[in-house]
Ligand binder design. Structure first.
Ligand SMILES: [Zn+2]
Length: 203
């Protein structure tokens, strides 16, 4: 069973200069609460802030609807200046992080999947000897457990210049006739450790 609903928590309080209209003695406290939607008591997102006054002398509590219009306006102006603490967005934040995790994991898996089942025409983005610069290898033939890979003309392409569109429209034209053979296992090991194989591009 999923337990969910709205809860109210104390947010903050301050002292107003106003004198209590009921006992004409106490200086009113302004009390702010927050209502939020929860699932299993974990705040998901805030619903609304509420404001009330509280007299420390006669103990009268008035919600903003029960106040005179000018007091109500004052209370509401103050209320809008109070920031909602981040923890009341916990659920939304968790959901956002979860979606991000899925997106990243899927992107990573795409590389893993393509490396496990190579296809002629796949282009591998490979780290070069310089930090943050890359070269490419292209599968031109598959022979059993080995791949025949074409070497690219460029070997210092910055990451900023690499995306799927550019790879196929631009870099794909610049593979040299030079090829070499590499086992599938060696290619797989390049996705681990120092991750020399960064990404696989497939049309
Ligand atoms: Zn009072």
């Amino acid at each position: 069973m999923i337990i969910f609903g709205a809860r109210t928590k104390f947010l903050t309080a301050s002292v107003s200069g106003q004198t209590c209209g009921h006992c004409d003695t106490g200086k009113l406290n302004l009390v702010y609460t927050i209502r939020y939607f929860h699932i299993f008591w974990i705040p998901m997102f805030p619903l609304e802030k509420r404001a009330m006054t509280q007299c420390p002398h006669c103990k009268q509590v008035l919600t903003s609807n029960e106040l005179a219009p000018e007091s109500r306006n004052y209370l509401n102006t103050q209320k809008s200046a109070i920031r909602t603490p981040l923890k009341y967005f916990a659920g939304l934040i968790i959901i956002g992080l979860f979606i991000l995790f899925i997106v990243v994991a899927t992107a990573f898996n795409k590389t893993g999947r393509y490396v496990n089942k190579p296809k002629v025409g796949d282009i591998y983005q490979i780290k070069s000897d310089t930090e943050n610069q890359f070269t490419f290898l292209k599968i031109v033939k598959i022979e059993g457990d080995s791949l025949i890979l074409a070497v690219h003309k460029l070997n210092h392409v910055p990451q900023a210049d690499i995306n799927e569109q550019r790879v196929f429209e631009h870099y794909d034209k610049d593979f040299t006739p030079l090829t070499f053979k590499m086992s599938r296992n060696n290619i797989k090991s390049m996705t681990k450790g120092s991750k020399n194989l960064v990404e696989v591009f497939r049309k």
